[in-house]
Design a protein around this ligand. Structure first.
Ligand code: TYD
Length: 150
């Protein structure tokens, strides 16, 4: 797992000379029930999508066709992932800002989401995101220290 909590999941592959197949089961290959599927396509070169975080929603982002970059930010750390395999999914936890860009021609971004569309779950302003992320970190219980274990 990376510094932001995002990680690439290797999805099952059924190789077949007639064409390969990959499947995803909620609460099995992804750690949530899949409530919604959406996809981005016909993305013009040079444009970006995303540009938000979710308060609670988790997502698996898949380059179903072609490729693109996903930049993620948890308020403290940043990472960039290049997705170009239909059997790789980037797991993005809640409270992670994401931007998708550098779409290849014909690139399709498939998103499996843990919740239905709810605008109140979105944070679309980066300054607000940093503030909410900071407040959530401050509210987290401190990790156990060596003194606690003694
Ligand atoms: P938006 O979240 O801004 O797209 P992205 O983050 O992928 O660039 O969504 C664009 C528009 O589509 C916005 O008006 C909300 C609408 N929308 C839905 O109605 N349902 C959905 O499931 C999604 C993802 C978006």
């Amino acid at each position: 797992m990376g510094k932001t909590g995002c990680r690439v999941i290797d999805l099952p592959r059924v190789a077949d000379p007639r064409g390969n197949l990959t499947f995803v089961e909620g609460d099995n290959h992804v750690p949530f029930d899949i409530a919604r599927v959406y996809y981005l396509y016909d993305v013009p070169g040079g444009t970006s999508r995303g540009g938000h975080a979710h308060r609670d929603l988790q997502a698996l982002i898949i380059a179903a066709s072609g490729s693109f970059d996903v930049s993620v930010d948890d308020g403290e750390h940043q990472e960039r992932f290049f997705l170009n395999r239909s059997y790789h999914g980037l797991l993005v936890p809640n409270m992670v800002w994401r931007e998708l860009d550098n779409f290849s021609s014909g690139g399709v971004c498939l998103v499996l989401a843990s919740a239905v569309y709810e605008e109140d779950d979105y944070i679309r302003d980066h300054a607000e995101f940093r503030e909410v992320a900071r407040a959530r970190r401050a509210a987290e219980p401190a990790p156990p220290s060596a003194a606690d274990a003694a």
